[in-house]
Write a protein that binds this ligand. Structure first.
Ligand code: PAF
Length: 281
């Protein structure tokens, strides 16, 4: 796979693809690639002749004291995985390339960035929106691909693209899970084996609530209580940040459960935070 570090080279490659008439898919990542990322690459390959993956641990989405310094980085292994997946090129810029000294322009998607994860990470989504705005301008893909695990991130990026008229489609691909149901995440490697086992309670709780919904339960209080009690019983080490049944576009809590709404949960243990969600169907 072509690994492109600088902007001019990357633009030259995409320009060539464009002249060949190729559709271009972009998969923005922070590296430490797992099967969830590779499922995004697969989705991009199905819909585009050429696929670019960006690998960039974005400093602007980490607050002081978060895990920016220890976030896993393994570009050599990432490039091997991308090669095997059939990805055409990787954009691997340095922090200096993306955010040179004096960088001082930000994209902020309002209300959606202040709820749920944004309630305790007030600058996180500003960093995500800003880096994605840059990546969309740099690569100019037809479509960009994100994982449903970061549901709030996808809703925010869709809003940014709509509000600012970016000519980019934003697609969300289903959550990739390990055999025991745990949503794949580069941060799962922070978990001890015991915590990792407890963490499967998130998906079990969500799944039980989904089964209740399918059996006719329409009360969000009962559905969210199911998730919370599964976590309290099976994962007592984790604190619950929230369990919410939310409108899929506004992320506001709903009063009556209905198909298409999203049941979101976040838990934390010291600095480790885990997220998961299911869409009611
Ligand atoms: O989901 C991620 O890995 C990051 O938030 C993203 C979209 C690559 C922006 O840095």
């Amino acid at each position: 796979v072509l690994a492109l570090e600088n902007i001019e080279e990357m633009r030259e490659v995409v320009g060539l693809w464009r002249r060949e008439g190729a559709r271009v898919g972009l998969v923005p990542t922070m590296g430490a690639l797992h099967d969830g990322h590779l499922s995004l690459v697969e989705a991009a390959l199905r819909e585009n002749e050429r696929v670019m993956v960006s690998i960039f641990v974005n400093p602007t989405q980490f607050a002081p004291g978060e895990d920016y310094a220890r976030y896993p980085r393994d570009t050599a292994a990432d490039l091997e995985k991308l090669e095997a997946a059939g990805c055409h090129a990787a954009f691997v810029p340095t922090a200096e390339t993306m955010f040179p000294d004096g960088f001082d322009t930000h994209v902020e998607v309002g209300a959606l960035s202040r709820v749920l994860i944004g309630a305790h990470r007030p600058t996180h989504f500003r960093g995500v929106a800003t880096v994605c705005a840059k990546l969309f301008h740099l690569v100019q893909p037809d479509t960009a691909y994100f994982g449903q695990k970061d549901y709030q991130q996808v809703v925010i990026l869709k809003k940014m693209v709509a509000d600012l008229n970016f000519p980019v489609g934003v697609r969300m691909a289903p959550i990739a899970r390990s055999a025991d149901g745990l949503a794949l995440s580069s941060r799962n490697r922070y978990l001890s084996p015991a915590q990792r086992a407890e963490a499967t309670a998130l998906y079990r709780g969500l799944n039980t609530a989904l089964a209740q919904f399918r059996a006719g339960e329409r009360d969000p209080v009962r559905l969210t209580a199911t998730v919370a009690s599964e976590i309290a019983a099976q994962a007592p080490g984790f604190e619950i940040a929230y369990v919410v049944l939310a409108d899929p576009h506004t992320l506001a809590p709903v009063e009556v459960a209905a198909p298409g709404q999203v049941l979101l949960v976040e838990v934390y243990l010291d600095a480790v935070r885990l997220y998961d969600n299911v869409i009611l169907s």
